[in-house]
Ligand binder design. Structure first.
Ligand code: PGA
Length: 253
């Protein structure tokens, strides 16, 4: 399966001009990369201007609402972010689950709406606390509830990102997730998906890793961790560093 590296800029940078400059710098860094899909997910207000400045990278949004239109102050629909050029959307990021109290039920509605709208969904799952080296049942439960009742044919546009909260660089815990643990998370996610649908679905979806991804650890994440790609936070805000992550990922394919 083709690897994918996704830049999650979170609530950065602070102006459209800086967002476009960062996007252009990232494009220059990845100009010679062929074998990896690259997605850049800027904040909503910069989607269109970043989108038009991209040639190679694809555009992603960081969130979406479940309804198509209507009285939902402050929300944006899949149709609206697609109109800005976004093909991908992150759903269920741990920062939204924590700071905005997004529930599994809300995440399910968002995943369903975005997949039905034809977007590629990056469903983020991950336990908040490390339980030794074990994969917490929280991970499977989050996958199960997000996908409940969603048609199998829609899953070809699904990516699941395993992001243990304790391994995210800005979580304050800063513990490293080992590639061995990533692989076990992958197997646990595959089992949940296979039980809910069938084994063939595990070949349709990409399972990626997020949490302190860097140029130094990306190779092991893809090889030893058996991940199909990575979701990159802090290290995606520096074009040169992000470029090295993408190029190192391409070297592994
Ligand atoms: P990080 O963030 O790469 O800074 O750990 C990853 C994420 O939160 O998606």
């Amino acid at each position: 399966m083709k690897k994918i590296i996704i830049a999650n800029w979170k609530m950065n940078p602070d102006s459209g001009a800086r967002a476009v400059a960062l996007a252009r710098a990232c494009e220059e860094e990845i100009v010679s990369v062929k074998k990896v899909d690259v997605v850049i997910a800027p904040p909503h207000p910069f989607l269109r201007e970043v989108g038009v400045s991209l040639n190679k990278a694809l555009l992603g949004a960081q969130d979406v609402f479940w309804a198509d239109s209507g009285a939902y102050t402050g929300e944006v629909s899949a149709r609206q972010i697609r109109d800005c050029g976004a093909e991908y959307v992150l759903i269920g990021h741990s920062e939204r689950r924590d700071s905005l109290a997004e529930t599994d039920g809300m995440i399910h509605k968002k995943v369903k709406a975005a997949l039905e709208d034809g977007m590629a969904v990056v469903l983020c799952v991950g336990e908040s606390e490390r339980v030794g080296g074990e994969i917490s049942p929280v991970v499977g439960a989050e996958v199960q509830s997000a996908l409940a009742g969603i048609k199998k044919t829609l899953l070809k546009n699904l990516i699941i990102a395993y992001e243990p909260v304790w391994a995210i660089s800005t979580s304050g815990v800063g513990e490293a997730c080992t590639p061995d643990m990533m692989f076990r998370a992958r197997l646990a996610i595959e089992k949940i998906v296979a039980d809910a649908y069938d084994q063939s679905v595990t070949k349709m979806i990409r399972i990626i890793y997020g949490g302190s991804v860097s140029p130094q650890n990306i190779a092991a994440i893809l090889s030893v961790g058996h991940m199909d790609g990575a979701l990159v936070g802090s290290d995606s805000l520096n074009a040169e560093t992000f470029g090295r992550i993408v190029r190192n990922a391409a070297g592994m394919v």
